[in-house]
Every structure is written in C-alpha cells, then in structure tokens.
Write a protein that binds this ligand. Structure first.
Ligand code: ZN
Length: 469
C-alpha cells in the first residue's frame, strides 16, 4: 500500500515537473481578474460543480451564523475555503448587469457571456454552445445533473440542452435523455409526462417509459433512490419542484445530500472519471419570497451536499471540486437592531428555529386577500409570532407590493417579511435577483485558479483546463 502510494507520488511529481516545463499549456482564456495561479497541479479525473442558486453573500452569512451558533458546527463550504481556495465572482451577462439563472449557468457551462433566458446557447442566444458536460461526455466521462428545483429548470438545462428560451422545458427533458446524461435527479416530473397523464407534454410522449427502455433505472422516492444501482438513473421526486427543505418529508423526497452521495457513488464507477453538477435550486425560490427560514434551511441542505462532495474529494484527490452561486436573490440583509436593542444584535436565530413551514406554504394558507385576523392566526401558528393589529393590517393590504410592484410581486409575502423585520432582524431589498458579487471555492487539481476576483465565465476554463489536453 505504502509502495503504491510512493510510486503514485513519483508519477505525480514527474507529471507536475513536465507541466511546469510547458509554459502556455495552462494559460486559460479568462475574461477578467488576475491570472494569479499559473502553476499546474496535475489534471482532474473528476469534476464536481456545486451551485447554490440565489446564494448571495447574506445567504452565506446567515447559514454560517446558524450553523455555528445553533448547530454548533462550521459550514462544509468554509472547510473547503480553508483547505482549498476562495474567489469573488462577478456574473454580469451580455445584455444585463443582473443575470437570471439560464444566462448565469450557461456562462459557467460554456465560458462566454450570453443574453438572458436562453439555455446552452452562445453569445447570440441562438447558436448552441459546447458545454463542459458535453466536453466531458466526448472524453468518455460519466455525467450527472442533480437539483432540488426541476431537472428541466434553467441551471441543469444550461449544461445539458440547447433551447432559445428556458421555459421550453419539454424540449429540455427530451434533450437531456437523448444526450444520455447518466444521472438526472430533481423535480418537475410533469415535463416527462403527456398532458393526458397529468403531465405538461403536448407531444403525447411518455419520457419515463422511454427512459426505462433506453436503460435508465427510474426512481420516484427516497427508498427507490437508496436501492438504485445505476449506471443510469432518472430520479423524478415531485411533479413540480422538489419541496423546500423546511417542508420536505424525508421518506418521500431524498435530501440533496442523499442525491449527491448516490450520484458520486454511481458515476465514480466510470474509469475515465465524471462531471457532476449539483444544484441547491430552492435557495433562490425561498429568497424570491423573502423567506428567511426557508432560505437558511435550503442553504444548510446545500452545505450538506457540499460536505458529501468534500468527503469524496478527500478520498479521491484527483477530483476538482468547485462551489459557487449563479446570482444573489432578494438582497437579503442581516440587520442590526431589534424593537428593544440599543446595540447591534443581528438575526434572531431562535425566532428562525421556531418557523415550521415555508412562506410558500403560508401563502397557500393565507389565500388571496386575507383578513388581518387570518394573517395573525397564520403567523402565530407557523412562526410562533404575535403580530400587532397594525402589522397584520399592513400585510393584509399588501403595502410593499403596492409601493414597488416591479421588484416585489409575490402577494402579501413581502409585506409580511417587512413587518417581521424587528422579529427576525432580516431585511430584503428586493424580490428579484441582484448584481451582488458572489463567492466561489475550490479544491483539487485546477483549483489554484479559484482565487482573486473572477468572472463566472472563467469557471468554464478552470474546469476545462483541469481536464488537461
Ligand atoms: Zn431566481
């Protein structure tokens, strides 16, 4: 065993030396930021890319505080940062300073700035661009896509399909299966079923039957996933998006960490390595609704998936692990003062702990045009908070949405988040995505370039270069 390790080490040293003597081999076509790390560290056999959709700086900060102060442990993302590298990431696009998920994911997948809404299309928004997943596939590597949102949603679509508009999710489902991505897991089963079978496909096809016929093991719950052996798995765990972590029934829907573990286990059987993209897809959805507890719990679920990837990367040092976000959502802020405090205190973690459901579930309970009494009852039941009559009236009259309907469009929820500011000490500047710079962290071969101030298009070149020639 020792001998084996020693001979591996000498091969590694030789390869490193050879690469050091070949200047230019590692020059990557970055679009911005200092090209700090020119020293190679060998090539990567596997790439695990983890994307927190909507994971802006305050989502990260809130999860870090909750993890340390409530759960008594550090974030796995921080562990990667401390053993690996960290960078700031800018994410502006060909046509905007604020991106949506399809453009952001396409920029990471293809390395070029693109316009909004197209998925897997180049700078003109019409011509398919070659994605890092396709490059990996061409090399005989296994591939996998996992998300808690829809597997046909913008982020996975941008790696595996080419559609002029991200809303064409029926085409995305067809393309994902046709291209033979080995692992596909997430929600939005509706795009795999015909309208007659309660799905949304207009072409009458049943893609689930077709997938089974072409060799996929198809699973629909946590137990099925546990038993699945691969080598190809289609996991569709919800007709719509998978549940927010705060609402999830563990026997029905697997956690993101469970999906990640199965994905890495199955894909790692390929001797040529693999590319996997793992997305925490619902951090974004909770933040759109200005839902602090929902956001934090989905952040922690994402962090557990990072932990699974971290363990794998430690056991397989020829793995490049990169984690990042596509954009910030909601301009979340952890504000200082409570109703009574004269000194800064920050987010009320014990109040967050008492929240029982997502804002989306609460919105369903409130219904359209709720009375102030209904608002008070729902907030008390699900958040253990007693709103005043004035606060409840403000929520019922949907004040914030009326003030800025362009940036606050979810009924009642933004005013609810506003009146809850003194209780939770979390503010929201918008319901939309923002231009806030993001974090990226990495470890393993190629991660030396995950430093300084980078653009999200650089991540493509970092991954591509890590695979070597
Ligand atoms: Zn979003």
């Amino acid at each position: 065993m020792k001998r084996h390790t020693r001979s591996l080490r000498s091969i590694w040293l030789l390869v490193t030396l050879a690469l050091l003597l070949s200047p230019g081999l590692w020059g990557c076509a970055t679009t911005g930021g200092a090209d700090v790390a020119k020293a190679p560290s060998g090539t990567a056999k596997n790439i695990i890319l983890l994307i927190g959709d909507g994971m802006g700086p305050s989502q990260f900060g809130a999860a870090w505080l909750y993890s340390n102060r409530v759960l008594g442990k550090n974030l796995k993302m921080v562990e990667v940062m401390q053993t690996g590298r960290t960078a700031y990431i800018a994410n502006d696009t060909a046509d905007s300073m604020v991106t949506e998920s399809a453009a952001a994911a396409t920029q990471i997948a293809c390395g070029v700035k693109v316009p909004a809404r197209a998925a897997g299309m180049g700078t003109d928004g019409k011509t398919p661009c070659k994605t890092i997943l396709e490059i990996a596939k061409d090399r005989g590597m296994a591939t996998g896509l996992v998300t808690t949102s829809g597997i046909t949603d913008a982020t996975p679509a941008s790696f595996s399909a080419h559609v002029p508009h991200r809303s064409d999710e029926g085409s995305v489902a067809t393309q994902e299966l046709a291209s033979g991505v080995d692992i596909l897991m997430g929600g939005r089963k509706q795009f795999f079923l015909a309208e007659l079978s309660a799905g949304k496909r207009k072409d009458g096809r049943n893609l689930i039957d077709e997938a089974r016929a072409s060799g996929y093991t198809v699973v629909g719950d946590a137990q099925g996933l546990g038993a699945a052996r691969g080598p190809m798995i289609l996991g569709l765990f919800n007709m719509g998006n998978m549940s927010y972590e705060i609402d999830r029934a563990p026997t029905q829907e697997p956690s993101l960490a469970e999906m990640t573990a199965k994905t890495l286990e199955v894909l790692s059987w390929n001797p040529k390595g693999f590319f996997a993209m793992i997305e925490g897809g619902r951090i974004d959805h909770a933040s759109h609704r200005n839902d602090a507890a929902g956001t934090i719990l989905d952040m922690l679920a994402f962090d557990e998936a990072v932990g699974v990837a971290l363990t794998f990367a430690r056991q397989h040092p020829d793995t490049l692990l990169i984690g990042t976000a596509d954009h910030d959502t909601g301009a979340m802020s952890l504000i200082g003062h409570s109703q009574t405090s004269k000194e800064y205190v920050g987010i009320d973690l014990s109040a967050i702990q008492k929240v029982k459901v997502s804002y989306e579930v609460m919105q369903g309970e409130l219904g359209k045009n709720p009375t102030p009494q209904k608002v008070k009852a729902v907030v008390k039941e699900y958040m253990a908070i007693e709103l005043t009559d004035d606060e409840a009236k403000m929520v019922a009259s949907d004040t914030i949405r009326k003030l800025d309907p362009y940036n606050f469009s979810y009924e009642t929820l933004h005013t609810l988040a506003f009146v809850l500011r003194p209780y939770l000490r979390v503010g929201w500047g918008s319901q939309t995505h923002t231009a806030a710079p993001l974090y990226a962290f990495g470890m393993g071969p190629g991660s030396e370039k995950v430093v300084g101030f980078r653009h999200n298009t650089d991540l493509f070149f970092i991954m591509k270069d890590a695979l070597g020639n």
